[in-house]
Design a protein around this ligand. Structure first.
Ligand SMILES: *Cc1c(COP(=O)(O)O)cnc(C)c1O
Length: 242
């Protein structure tokens, strides 16, 4: 993170409060919206301060890192079950097959499934331990080469295969928008993800897709207005306002 940030519980608390106010202000259905605080910029101290600030949904983008943090808190709280914060661990990074083993046991939601072969491997590993894992399918709506995620046409072809995976439950879609402040462009991207969810619900999922993970520090207000149900916010939570 480039600018001025601090791991300060009070600051984090204030910033979370501001984002929650924005959820009320911009979302058509604020009661449905979850805030994932992205703690990937820090070691376990980041998660610790977020918990202290009263929030328990965190997002990470690296397999080993999320595993290490989870086991740190698992250990920390095991003798103090009353204090247990019931942390929800969200995985938001590009998942590689050889990293599945690090997250399969505890991850609450994987936002970023963008390859069938990875999903199939995840399904197998989840089956081995008797879990059903919630996932989102990541779509590259912006169409930028540098971005991860399915092209819409590719995803459409593979959906029937996803429906066969018994230990994964597809509950929605995720996207990352263009790195721009142009609201029209952002709005277009987010509304297209929403429309895609509606199409998939009609054709394949019988309305069981409920989640739209879209919006980060720079664009979550636009995403909320377009119907985001999950926003993933990092920088803004830890930054001092200038
Ligand atoms: C880092 C990251 C975020 C958070 O970005 P900020 O700009 O710090 O809010 C959200 N989503 C994904 C997939 C990320 O990798």
């Amino acid at each position: 993170m480039s600018s001025d940030y601090q791991l300060d519980t009070e600051l984090i608390k204030e910033n979370i409060q501001k984002v929650k106010e924005d959820i009320q202000k911009y979302s058509p259905y604020p009661e449905k919206v979850k805030l994932v605080v992205v703690t990937k910029y820090f070691d376990y101290n980041g998660v610790e301060r977020v918990l202290e600030a009263g929030h328990n949904i965190v997002g990470e983008n690296k397999g080993q890192v999320i595993r290490d943090k989870e086991s740190y808190f698992n250990e920390k709280f095991q003798n103090f079950p009353d204090e247990k914060k019931d942390i929800q661990w969200h995985f938001i990074g590009n998942l590689q097959k050889n990293k599945i083993k690090y997250i399969v046991k505890f991850v609450d939601l994987i936002h970023s499934i963008n390859r069938l072969s990875v999903a199939q491997e995840l399904d197998k590993k989840a089956q081995e331990i008797g879990r059903v894992i919630d996932i989102l399918l990541e779509i590259n709506i912006a169409g930028e080469e540098s971005k991860e995620g399915y092209k819409l046409e590719e995803l459409m072809l593979e959906i029937p295969e996803y429906l066969k995976l018994k230990n994964l439950k597809v509950i929605g879609l995720m996207t990352m928008a263009q790195n721009t402040e142009n609201e029209e462009v952002l709005k277009n991207t987010f509304s297209k993800l929403r429309e895609t969810k509606e199409i998939l619900n009609e054709r394949y999922f019988n309305n069981s897709l409920t989640e739209l993970s879209m919006g980060m520090s720079g664009d979550y207000k636009v995403a909320l207005a377009e119907g985001a149900t999950i926003i993933r916010v990092g920088t803004k939570i830890f930054e001092k306002e200038n």
